[in-house]
Design a protein around this ligand. Structure first.
Ligand code: ATP
Length: 298
């Protein structure tokens, strides 16, 4: 069953198209990584999906339900940094949220327990670390026992330990409770191990989608070195072969696209470039992400 489907979802702000013709599907049980550089349109898409803003066109379906109000019964969400009353305790903050949404107070303790904040519920939120506030935001999103959890950059601003805590928590929720998770991020490395499927957004458009392994397989990468690095760079540029990043020992990491390593070597020799190393392989999903979004990063 599809937990979430967007068809032709589009949102314009004046002349600017923040999200353009976005069609994606998240299957029940997926942990879907919604990736893209800053400004790609992730938050706008999530706001449309949650019914917080109206799309210019397109449709959102959640567990087969098309009505935005009825969709809410399935969804728990955290968009951007969660806001809390800092002078109130975590429990009181959640009690307010529960009352606002007509949720029983008895759900508060289990929600705090699920995010590892039992024992800290009576502390003021002002005394919480950013990581704890993010986890409290997830607890708030879990109050309604959602089947689909939508999280916008839940590890934003966290240190590596805080990131790992949130990642581990999400993996547990998906594995032990079967909650479908849709998580946006601008950092591939952060979600790569967690996600069963990944979609890459750029300029509001979905430019790649699939399992991390399938996407990684799309990208043939290699490290290449030459006695004259500048000549190598110039020749690669002429051949429209993208340089992804610096490699080891002065070599360049490149995308081979449809070329074989042998063909590339021959073309470079023809161009008068002395290749002294050509090593295929590497962390190719990251390379794919970089090559697809390189405009934004450079
Ligand atoms: P980030 O990771 O930086 O939050 P994002 O991928 O979530 O980025 P959005 O915040 O959705 O991207 O922004 C996408 C584009 O839409 C940006 O160019 C942004 O300036 C524009 N945009 C977003 N909200 C508005 C708005 N309310 N009015 C006008 N333009 C907007």
């Amino acid at each position: 069953m599809d937990a979430l489907v967007t068809s032709g979802l589009t949102r314009r702000f004046g002349q600017r198209t923040a999200v353009g013709d976005l069609s994606l599907s998240v299957k029940e049980g997926d942990v879907y990584g919604f990736l893209g550089p800053n400004g790609a349109g992730k938050t706008t898409a999530i706001r449309c999906i949650l019914g917080l803003i109206r799309p210019s066109s397109g449709e959102v379906t959640v567990f087969g339900e098309r009505d935005p109000i009825r969709q809410r019964a399935f969804v728990g969400a955290m968009v951007e940094t969660p806001a809390f009353h800092r002078w109130m305790t975590a429990e009181d903050n959640l009690a307010r949220a529960a009352a606002f949404s007509g949720i029983e107070k008895s759900r508060i303790a289990p929600a705090l327990e699920r995010v590892g904040l039992t024992g800290r519920g009576r502390d003021r939120v002002g005394s919480y670390s950013l990581g704890m506030r993010q986890r409290l935001g997830i607890a708030r999103a879990l109050l309604s026992k959602p089947k689909l959890l939508i999280l916008d950059e839940p590890t934003n601003g966290l240190d590596p330990r805080g990131m790992k805590e949130v990642r581990d928590l999400l993996a547990t929720l998906a594995r032990d409770e079967g909650i479908t998770i849709f998580i946006s991020s601008h950092l591939l490395a952060e979600v790569e191990q967690l996600c069963t499927r990944v979609g890459i957004l750029e300029h509001g458009r979905l430019i790649a989608e699939g399992t991390p392994a399938a996407l990684a397989g799309r990208q043939q990468v290699a490290e290449i070195g030459a006695t004259d690095r500048e000549a190598l760079q110039a020749a690669l540029e002429k051949m429209s072969i993208p340089v992804l990043s610096d490699g080891e020992q002065g070599r360049l990491r490149i995308s081979l696209a449809s070329l074989s390593a042998a063909d590339l070597n021959r073309h470079l020799l023809d161009a008068g470039v002395q290749v002294n190393a050509l090593i295929p392989g590497g962390r190719s999903l990251e390379d794919l992400f970089l090559s697809l979004t390189s405009e934004e990063l450079s």
